[in-house]
Design a protein around this ligand. Sequence first.
Ligand code: ADP
Ligand code: MG
Ligand code: MG
Length: 915
Amino acid sequence: MAKKPAPTKKAGKTAKYVYFFGNGKADGNRSLKDTLGGKGAGLAEMTNAGLPVPPGFTISTDVCSLYYKQKGKIPASVDAQIAENIRKLEQAAGATLGSTGNPLLVSVRSGAKFSMPGMMDTILNLGLNDKAVEGLKARTSNGRFAYDSYRRFMQMFGSVVLGIPKDAFEHEFESVKNAKGATLDTDLDEVALREVVQRFKQVVRGRAGRDFPQEPHEQLTMARDAVFRSWMNPRAQEYRRIYDIPDHIGTAVNVQMMVFGNTGDRSATGVGFTRNPATGAKEFYGEFLINAQGEDVVAGIRTPQPISELAKVLPKAYKQLRDITTRLERNYKDVQDFEFTIQDERLFMLQTRNGKRTGYAAVIIATDFVAERLITPKEAILQIDPESLSQLLAPGFDQKEWRAIPVATKGLPASPGAASGHVVFSAEDAVKWSDAGKPVILVRRETVPDDIRGMFVAQGVLTATGGMTSHAAVVGRQMGKPSIVGASALDIDEEGKSFSVDGKTVKEGDFISFDGLTGEVKLARVASKPSEILQVLQGGLEPKKSDIYRRFMQILAWTDKYRRMGVRANADQPDQAELAYAFGARGIGLCRTEHMFFGEGRIPIVQRMILADNEKDRRAALDELLPMQREDFYGVFKAMKGEPVTIRTIDPPLHEFLPKREELMVEIARLEARSHGTEELEAKLRLLRRVEQLHEFNPMLGHRGVRLGITYPEITEMQTRAILEAACRLAKEGLKVTPEIMIPLVGHVKELRDQSAVVNRVAEAVMKEQGIKVKYLVGTMIEVPRGAMTADEIAGEAEFFSFGTNDLTQMTFGFSRDDVGKFLRVYQDKKILDKDPFATFDVDGVGPVLRTGVELGRRTKPDLKIGVCGEHGGDPSSIHFFEKVGLDYVSCSPYRVPVARLAAAQAALAVKVGD
Ligand code: ADP
Ligand code: MG
Ligand code: MG
């Protein structure tokens, strides 16, 4: 984990730790996200743009690092900067922190570089105490408002800073509501709210063993430190793990003058997007609540109104909001997700950031922006998260089957996609069921940040409360997880693990399905079907009838202009190869011949080959396999339309083609119980003996790869013959074909020399027999560290290299990729490893091995063609590394090809080769 550089210190001057914004001018701006966090940078940018932003200051992320380094102590010099900024803020606000007659109230808001819904709740109305609340009442002649603000403050401070469970406050609040016969919080008057405040004081005394802190400066210090502490809470850590956000970057703290959406019915608070974040449609989108504060909208306390209603209720503020957000979208050249408050008809902007969106929306918005000339195609490429493209390939329902089932209920369509699975009612159960291989739908009244792991593993998330900007909706969209929220007809009993709807009861384990694009929920299992894009590619739908298909292809076409690396696919069947070609793969980087051995009716022949105890019998079995392999290769070559096809000779240890030892023993025992000496029993016994002979302690490090070809050259011979015969046939048909024969697991140049000799001898013979020449290459996988370290010698024998990063990772770490699951999670929890190195290439440790392989290989052959064919070939952050070291291409599964094309273009635009 790289350390964050310390803030720059100029001679004689202490570093700047606190950044002011207010009165139309800010110390920071949007480029300072690292220091100010996303929220702080946005507030600074909006202030500089002259937008109505309440003044305040941002305590930088560096202070968070200091807080942890110094075990919770903040240096005096930082405290001094904070004190100075409080004075500045008091001046700008015309009010004083701790004053009784004219108190300054502030919010304390966390804000890291990346928005993290799992981190900390904002504290509003800080600065209130028993005296200031009276001052606020006198100043505004609004006692209800003053006490509503005070009880909110106590509630937030009590839970977030003092660690008192929210329920404790909620319980008292509810009981006052009940006593007064109130249904909504807005029904409570000043007298009732005073009562609430009294009860909250008791709660604090009882639970925290102290009185509610009355001194505003102390309140502020405590809140600031709570924000820093929240950076390391388990929810925040889990969130960072899922989204690959490093731990060391820390959070900033924003202290900002309060504006009030809860002064009455000319005030409001709300959130919105400049475009629809679920569908990408160009529509102003959001929700608000009259007479409310901050979190009310997202927390689902009252049902918010759609933002279009604001035009009717507060038209002037609405118009101003439209103007401002349109400007923001243009300025940031991206969809804005904004938060605002209206105090007595006056609009204030409280946040703006680039909006999270579904993969579907990302494609629509980027192509619309280009059509609107807001951005260029190049900017569009940089704006789209490559994973968006893979979301678009996710399946949907068969519409016929779907329509035949009655709708049980409808909720808000928060995140599109078809989901079907067993109902579970807690995040824990979701994890448990899905670990057992069962698809689940997580059903909750509402989700909380603690649910994040359960949401992650679920097929979809369904909630009964909350709006389009609730936690479930926001997180669902970001994960590309089908989600429906606010399905209020669901009567959920989370403890009893059941819900009822439409007169029916659904229990844990029952099947439901829903469509995240329409919001419809049905009580049945529904098979899903390929995405619209796949339907076009597979010929079921005309391209001109699919808007999303055309936009998808448009984006991919743009990427090709900026991409340096080629993109190939890992495919071993003609239909996979065709799909990959349609997605834009130009070539196959890895055709695993052993997959073909599992084809229809072949396993018995393969087993006969393995069981042979002499060369003659083995050759006889191989002769039977030859025509089958020839057909396989013919099909794959043809599907690739002349693009290069890399075929790897047999790689796995042979026992993988034989039955498991335990299974055989059970069968034998069964046969023996029934009869004696039958032929079947004899055969099984022979098989068992061979299985036992082939048994290895570490098959991954055993008799596999090139070692098989060396011990059984007739296998390499058969495979070479099949490849060349197929190639010659295509050549005779007048088609172009470019086979590349790849020897796996080479660690010593002499291994490759041995196998190239076999390949070349057979190839020459076949071409002579066929009377035609085809150009073929012989190369190797570099996946054993020794192979990389002696790549200069190996390059002397090889016409191309392909890095097998799965094995290279396995052998460099010494982690068996089949067993790593037993400890990887603990490694990640203990922060020994940030990421799974089998999913994201380990640049720090395996990277140098790969880089050495490239450098040594090209020292011998400057033009050596080098690619990568491990799983990492389809992983965007790994692709950035492959671009840097100058590989010629990446190869990945067919469905990842679009992702790889986009990621390769982004990598090429962002880095120089050889960096
Ligand atoms: P989050 O990061 O969870 O969105 P925020 O810091 O943005 O938390 O605060 C949440 C909400 O609290 C804001 O959307 C806004 O409605 C309210 N809020 C925050 N600061 C202020 C303020 N100074 N005045 C009024 N409302 C505020
Ligand atoms: Mg916010
Ligand atoms: Mg390998």
